[in-house]
Design a protein around this ligand. Structure first.
Ligand code: ZN
Length: 159
């Protein structure tokens, strides 16, 4: 299992002590993601100033991989523009779903490349990223964190 290897240590660390795991009252983008295959659920919060992500956080419940993925994703998004974030999403998704050579310039995100050998876990690792796309694309500005917004299922479960 991938949790036994070197990269697994980073995943375990982020799953046990997830970074940016908190609701964000002043988020202006938000989306919910649900991976029905595993039962992972998360709500992603983004604060964009102009075109740049100045803060990112999440809350939810899920397996170690989905939690670690959300933790590392929110860390890597801060300071990126919307376009840079979507580009990173594409690169990350390609790394996990194809046999393309591992890109070391992914930084810490490279720890998830081992997941490609476990197709059932790919959805766990990409849930946060699918939710990110939803949050960025909906463009919805909202500060109401009580209302549940439904994300089309296909956006968060389709590879
Ligand atoms: Zn999972």
């Amino acid at each position: 299992m991938i949790l036994d290897d070197l990269y697994g240590e980073v995943i375990i660390d982020h799953s046990k002590r997830p970074r940016n795991c908190r609701p964000m009252a002043d988020a202006n983008h938000r989306a919910d993601g649900h991976n029905q295959l595993c039962g992972d659920k998360l709500r992603l919060y983004l604060k964009l100033e102009g075109d740049r992500v100045t803060d990112a956080s999440f809350e939810g419940s899920g397996c170690a991989i989905s939690t670690a993925a959300a933790s590392l994703m929110t860390e890597s998004l801060k300071g990126k523009t919307k376009e840079e974030s979507l580009t990173l999403l594409d690169v990350f998704h390609e790394q996990l779903t194809t046999d393309t050579p591992v890109r070391r310039d992914l930084g810490k995100l490279v720890v998830f490349c081992g997941v490609r050998d476990y197709p059932a876990r790919v959805k766990c690792a990409t849930l946060a990223w699918h939710t990110l796309k939803s949050a960025l694309v909906t463009q919805r500005v909202t500060t109401d964190i009580v209302t549940t917004e439904l994300v089309p299922t296909e956006m968060v479960t389709t590879e």
